[in-house]
Design a protein around this ligand. Structure first.
Ligand SMILES: Cc1ncc(COP(=O)(O)O)c(C=O)c1O
Length: 380
């Protein structure tokens, strides 16, 4: 992109209905938010358990800042690896039944780090077509053969694995697909990983805290499984951790460049995440409420001209199709005080623009009714 091409490039994005613009959030993240100075009911965060502004998590962060300051001061391998980071890794590994875990500053960096640590250009990455952008970028950065199989199509994946002569194979998959809300068949993926001697990287950014491992088809933690959770969504904080065998984690410490060549996250975030893990462990009531909200939404939106995509998770996308209609609906909802941005290509495939309704345990049934009434009003 040359300097002179920027203005026409932005104009072309606007003409195609795909210019992205940020809105400014004031106050805390939650379901009742202030956006660009207006009070809105939001269906647009990944704060699935409603923990992002939880007072106990905020208190844990403040207490850690008072005691340890803010900056980590160095990368983990220099002098930045704090006891709080270490405690979080140990706690997270125990929680997901793995021998060890490694903390990264973001999920994006974790995916880049894991994939590039395990694969080189003679190797192969097998990826679901709907995987998150960070896994796509990880594949590109590794230089490995990037085999993208049809969404959740195990026969396609098996064919590709059987045909591959790559010395190291890695299957990477979103456990819950971020823009569709459906889940990957993890037991089948694991069986294929066993059969073809491949790693399985399970990116559970949207399932961690919301679904249990057993609910997704994995009950034990085999050595070839790497389980990744992010802490910026249901956990309500920031960062990510990868759980696996002690050897796998030791390898990542030595080879994951996004772990090695960056300043460690502020220890206060690890303190906040430790508190969040306590709350997640006790959040059965929040998860039950979420399930009730999902059922209520599905019942209220049945029969609309736009259909809800099949999903048992708090991600309930309403498929609209073309960009212009998705943007028009989103704007009309905003005029009614409802914040539900349109998701358009390239985030989702062409012709599948949607309103990604994201539910939180902090929503009430009245909020869902307000959304449903507004959508029905726009449909008629
Ligand atoms: C499936 C998936 N993986 C990874 C990430 C990146 O995580 P983070 O936001 O912590 O960088 C996201 C979203 O942000 C995601 O949806």
């Amino acid at each position: 992109m040359r300097c002179a091409d920027l203005e026409p490039g932005l104009a072309a994005l606007a003409a195609g209905g795909s210019l992205r613009q940020r809105r400014v959030l004031a106050g805390a993240q939650g379901v009742r938010v202030e956006i660009d100075g207006r009070a809105m009911l939001s269906f647009a965060s990944n704060d699935y358990l409603g923990l992002a502004a939880h007072p106990e998590i905020a208190a844990a962060a403040c207490a850690a800042a008072q005691t340890y300051g803010v900056g980590a001061g160095a990368s983990h391998l220099l002098s930045g690896h704090h006891a709080l980071h270490d405690a979080l890794e140990t706690r997270f590994a125990a929680m997901v039944g793995a021998p060890a875990a490694l903390l990264f500053s973001t999920g994006y960096m974790a995916n880049l780090g894991v994939v590039t640590a395990l694969l080189g250009r003679h190797d192969a990455l097998f990826a679901d077509k709907l995987n998150h952008a960070s896994l796509v970028d990880a594949a590109r950065l590794s230089g490995a053969d990037h085999q993208r199989y049809h969404h959740n199509d195990m026969a396609d994946l098996a064919r590709r694995l059987a045909a591959s002569t790559a010395p190291t194979k890695l299957i990477a998959v979103d456990a819950v697909f971020s823009m569709d809300g459906d889940t990957a068949p993890l037991a089948e993926l694991l069986a294929l990983a066993e059969r073809y001697d491949a790693w399985l990287l399970q990116d559970d950014a949207h399932g961690f805290g919301v679904l249990s491992l057993a609910e997704r088809g994995v009950t034990a933690m085999p050595e070839r499984l790497l389980y990744l959770a992010t802490f910026g969504k249901a956990a309500g904080v920031a960062g990510a951790a990868v759980a696996g065998s002690a050897n796998a984690v030791a390898w990542l410490v030595n080879r994951a460049r996004t772990y090695i060549y960056t300043t460690a996250q502020p220890p206060l975030l690890a303190a906040a995440t430790l508190k969040s893990l306590d709350l997640i462990a006790q959040a059965d009531d929040r998860r039950a409420h979420l399930r009730a909200l999902i059922a209520h939404l599905q019942q209220r939106l049945a029969g609309l001209p736009w259909r809800l995509m099949p999903s048992v998770t708090p991600i309930q996308p309403l498929l609209v199709g073309d960009n212009a209609t998705a943007v028009r609906l989103s704007q009309a909802l905003a005029e009614r005080g409802i914040w539900l941005p349109a998701i358009r290509p390239p985030t989702v495939p062409e012709g599948t623009a949607r309103l990604r309704i994201s539910l939180s345990a902090a929503h009430g049934f009245d909020g869902l009714d307000a959304l449903a009434d507004a959508l029905w009003g726009l449909a008629t």
